[in-house]
Design a protein around this ligand. Structure first.
Ligand code: PRP
Length: 193
């Protein structure tokens, strides 16, 4: 899908269609190292529980992060998923969120970790947290690979984050432009070729 255009120092990938390049923000190696730290931290925080936590991934952006985080957590982790949609399109979210598909597990009394690829305005996470908290979990934590702090419009708790970033539109490692580029192993920012 991509070919190496420059060495790691430059960290620019050119996508094969030649239409755009990607400035690499975080390499696959950096992501794996950071996610391993996060998994160990969560295990330290939740390891006292007799029942393992349930990691709830917010589709689709969290898919890679959720699975890697679960593998990096030395606990008996259960996986579940939910899907929401925001009205509007483009590279910013509109703030109006609705549930598209719900988790299948019973979360009452469970320790829940909501897994996100990126927290932007906070609207998606706020909606999800309200919904999950109303079901009586033992605790709800939030883990996100990326936290776009300057974009926040709704205050939400972020318990674990990989990196705080600016307002740039990121792709790769689960995150997309019109459903493309989710399978890039790194996180980058689109730029002109
Ligand atoms: C992205 C991201 C978060 C949400 C964050 O999802 O994965 O779920 O936006 O935005 P917010 O904090 O402004 O609400 P997106 O709507 O792009 O769907 P996707 O995960 O399927 O790509």
């Amino acid at each position: 899908m991509t070919e190496r255009h420059a060495g790691p120092a430059e960290s620019v990938e050119v996508l094969k269609d030649g239409q755009a390049g990607v400035r690499v923000l975080f390499t696959a190696e950096q992501i794996q190292a950071r996610v391993r730290e996060m998994g160990l931290q969560i295990a330290r925080d939740l390891g006292h529980s007799t029942v393992g936590p349930v990691y709830i991934g917010v589709l689709k952006g969290a898919c890679m992060f959720q699975c890697d985080l679960a593998r990096a957590t030395p606990l008996d982790v259960e996986l579940d998923f939910l899907s929401v949609s925001s009205y509007g399109s483009g590279t910013t979210s509109s703030g109006t969120v609705r549930l598209v598909s719900d988790v299948r597990c019973e979360i009452k009394g469970r320790h829940v970790v909501v897994c996100e690829g990126v927290v932007d305005s906070g609207s998606t996470l706020s909606f999800i947290l309200d919904m999950l908290r109303s079901r009586g979990p033992a605790s709800v934590k939030v883990a996100t690979l990326l936290d776009k702090v300057p974009c926040r419009r709704v205050q939400v708790p972020v318990d674990y984050f990989g990196w705080k970033i600016g307002a740039e539109f990121v792709i790769g490692y689960g995150m997309d432009v019109a459903e493309r580029y989710r399978n890039l192993p790194y996180v980058g920012v689109m730029q002109e070729a």
